[in-house]
Ligand binder design. Structure first.
Ligand code: ZN
Ligand code: ZN
Length: 252
């Protein structure tokens, strides 16, 4: 992941590339020189603090052993992203300024040494974290308590480096026919399916959902598939045609 210093250097170069040549009326030849010197820069959004989000040029990510780099084709905004943006950081996961965003689909464009089972061009979703599988909690299969979780931050960017630990345990192929924008929502959907499974919902149960945001709507679909009758307590009034559009014939 690019450091702040590196990002700053490239930001200056970015300004030089796009502002100075046109201002001074440099010819094509000079522009090409600038282009070449910036061939390792890519566009990314960085979080600097509370509601301080900036689009900048950062170093093109290079995969270390075990890593892969994807070209991001779709990135979605999680409720956690919104919360982190409002608060200006996340004590455990991020140190400012930082690349930001953790839900994305993309295509593999670079493979680090020792990566097996993946090829350039594969369409993938990288989950936002992966456990180490060797600490005290991982050995008890309490993966969410792992003391050495690897995080995947920086999906709001042209390219994203996926850390080796996530490549090993939490990188998923996107099936043909599933659009990238849908695949990018794998992580919140996984949370919903986990919750739905633990709810022990049976056919004919009547279930009340608090809220009809993205997570609420996914819960509605998952619980309706389990045969439940679903009711919403919601902020917005929605027409019956809205529900037909979202979930077809589901029992809502
Ligand atoms: Zn998320
Ligand atoms: Zn662990």
């Amino acid at each position: 992941m690019a450091t702040h210093d590196h990002a700053l250097g490239l930001r200056v170069s970015f300004w030089v590339r796009f502002c100075i040549p046109s201002f001074l009326g440099f010819g094509l030849e000079k522009r090409e020189v600038f282009e070449q010197s910036l061939s390792d820069a890519v566009l990314a959004a960085l979080l600097y603090g509370q509601e301080d989000f900036r689009l900048e040029q950062v170093a093109d990510p290079t995969p270390a052993a075990g890593d892969v780099v994807i070209k991001v084709t779709a990135a979605t905004t999680c409720g956690t992203d919104l919360k982190v943006w409002r608060r200006g950081g996340h004590a455990k996961m991020l140190s400012l300024p930082t690349l930001f965003g953790h839900e994305a689909a993309g295509q593999i464009v670079a493979l680090g040494d020792e990566v097996t089972g993946w090829q350039l061009g594969d369409r993938v979703v990288a989950n936002n974290s992966a456990p180490c599988l060797s600490c005290f909690f991982c050995k008890k299969q309490e993966y969410s308590l792992c003391t050495d979780l690897s995080f995947n931050n920086g999906t709001f960017a042209e390219y994203l480096k996926i850390p080796a630990q996530i490549v090993r345990h939490n990188l998923l192929p996107i099936p043909p026919g599933v659009p990238d924008a849908i695949a990018a929502m794998t992580e919140p959907l996984a949370c919903v399916l986990h919750g739905a499974a633990r709810s022990n919902t049976k056919p004919g149960d009547r279930v009340v959902l608090l809220g009809d945001g993205a997570i609420g709507l996914m819960f509605a679909g998952a619980l309706a598939q389990l045969g439940a009758e679903v009711f919403f307590i919601r902020r917005q009034q929605r027409s019956p045609s809205h529900w037909t559009e979202v979930w077809g014939g589901a029992n809502l």
